[in-house]
Design a protein around this ligand. Structure first.
Ligand code: URA
Length: 461
């Protein structure tokens, strides 16, 4: 077959021409084009021209649904029927953030309530942390089990958090790679199809999406975050997976820590029920409520909250996390002896805000993206795709917007804006400077944005 031949009626260049001229593309043509991408019959140049045409001219809902389902179907789509699971298969996906350890608590928590969660997670991307990187702080944890083992763990434990394999949505790997180098990442139709193409390949009954908004969000403006949330909820639902999207605040780190091992420490505290009213637990609880309702495990919000409370206070959620770690190769006494297993940084020291007058200073704003980039620079994230990371570094005890650090008469009365965990004194000093620059301090009160800013229930038209 010629290099650019496909099975569709249109030649690839004709399909590209249609989109270039702002014409809608038939679903069957999109499907054949995407299959040609997965089969390597479409060239990178053609993918680049196609994504630029979509970037410039957009797509209608039917086209995005077709692109999403074609991406999903370009590889293996998981089937769960033969396992006769006793509950629904549900999952959550987030656009990513800083101190966003939600998946680590949410998966075990909803599994303890009767759901099954086959969670395919990613590594850190740009300034955002990655669930897989955090889990790899745990010695022995295997994020790439054989597919059969993954299914067994989901069945026996209720949740397994693992990495993306090449078998799932292979067309997206090529499309994303080309978008990355052709200035076509920031397109709502392409982002929607890319995220959902991968996520829906895990054969879900329902999905809940956490779209972040604020200074640490992937999308550049609140309007764009909102547009993406609506697009994902509607497209996934129309593609056959009922989906709700929550718009949640990322104008400051969600948990009071950012890094890898330090976020596992916080996860264990949250699963033990230690900070039930923290910001991160508030967001996690709201997502959990949506998952239990979407999976029809409860009739309403009140029932969901009662079930979740019981799963947390009884220790059931923590036990599910412990079992998942054990089943995927981690220590069998991990949650009892996590201190013994998790790596610790060589240098751990407080970071103080600059002295700025005698009046008490309050956190007014946080450049959350800069906090995430500082974690990357400490070694907690990657500068290159293939680089290894240092799981021990990061920040803990990060103060929130509106909190006072009481700079004034005596240094003794000061509260640090965070504790830095670093490989060396020099790295700690540099991170401290970056953190101070990311915090805007000032006199007078300041309040954080609402944690849950909107909810979009997907509509299948
Ligand atoms: N994450 C993805 O998986 N795809 C995108 O296009 C953007 C973020």
């Amino acid at each position: 077959m010629p290099a650019n031949a496909t099975n569709c009626a249109l030649l690839p260049q004709e399909l590209i021409r249609l989109k270039r001229d702002n014409q809608p593309l038939p679903a069957e043509e999109i499907k054949a084009f995407v299959q040609g991408i997965a089969d390597d019959r479409i060239s990178d140049a053609q993918i680049g021209a196609f994504t630029m045409a979509v970037f410039l001219n957009g797509m209608n809902r039917e086209e995005v649904v077709a692109l999403t389902t074609a991406t999903r179907d370009s590889g293996h789509v998981m089937q769960w029927d033969s396992l006769n699971l006793s509950g629904p298969i549900v999952d959550k996906h987030s656009t990513g953030g800083v101190g966003d350890l939600v998946s680590l608590v949410l998966g075990p928590w909803v599994a303890a309530c009767g759901a099954f969660v086959p969670m395919i997670s990613g590594r850190g991307l740009g300034h955002t942390g990655g669930t897989l990187d955090k889990l790899e702080s745990i010695p022995g944890y295997d994020p790439y089990p054989a597919p059969e083992r993954f299914r067994e763990v989901v069945k026996s434990t209720g949740v397994a958090i693992i990495g993306q394999t090449a078998a799932l949505a292979p067309a997206d790997k090529r499309i994303y790679g080309v978008r990355d180098v052709t200035a076509t990442v920031e397109s709502i139709p392409l982002i929607t199809a890319s995220i959902l193409g991968k996520k829906l390949a895990s054969g879900l009954d329902a999905l809940v999406m956490d779209v972040k908004v604020g200074s640490g969000a992937f999308m550049p403006t609140p309007e764009k975050s909102r547009e993406l949330a609506k697009s994902i909820a509607n497209v996934a639902t129309q593609a056959g997976t009922p989906t709700t999207a929550l718009l949640t605040d990322m104008s400051q780190p969600l948990a009071p820590c950012a890094g890898n091992a330090v976020e596992i420490v916080e996860t264990l505290a949250l699963l033990r029920g230690e900070r039930p009213n923290s910001r991160v637990m508030h967001v996690t609880r709201e997502l959990a409520v949506e998952m239990l309702m979407a999976g029809k495990l409860v009739a309403n919000r009140e029932e969901a909250l009662t079930k979740l409370e019981k799963a947390l206070t009884s220790g059931a959620a923590a036990e599910v996390f412990a079992r998942m770690v054990r089943e995927l190769g981690g220590p069998s006494d991990f949650i009892e002896r996590s201190e013994h297993y998790l790596p610790k940084a060589k240098v751990i020291k407080p970071v103080y805000a600059e002295q700025a007058g005698d009046a008490p200073q309050t956190v007014q704003r946080i450049d959350t993206r800069a906090v995430g980039m500082s974690v990357v620079e400490l070694g907690g994230g990657r500068l290159r795709n293939d680089a290894s990371i240092d799981h021990s570094v990061g920040f803990t005890d990060i103060v929130e917007i509106g909190e006072s650090v009481e700079i004034g008469e005596s240094v003794d009365s000061q509260r640090p804006i965070a504790i830095v965990h670093a490989r060396s004194e020099a790295a700690a000093e540099r991170a401290a400077e970056q953190l101070r620059a990311a915090f805007t301090m000032g006199e007078g009160a300041a309040s954080a944005d609402a944690l849950i800013q909107d909810t979009f229930c997907g509509e299948a038209r």
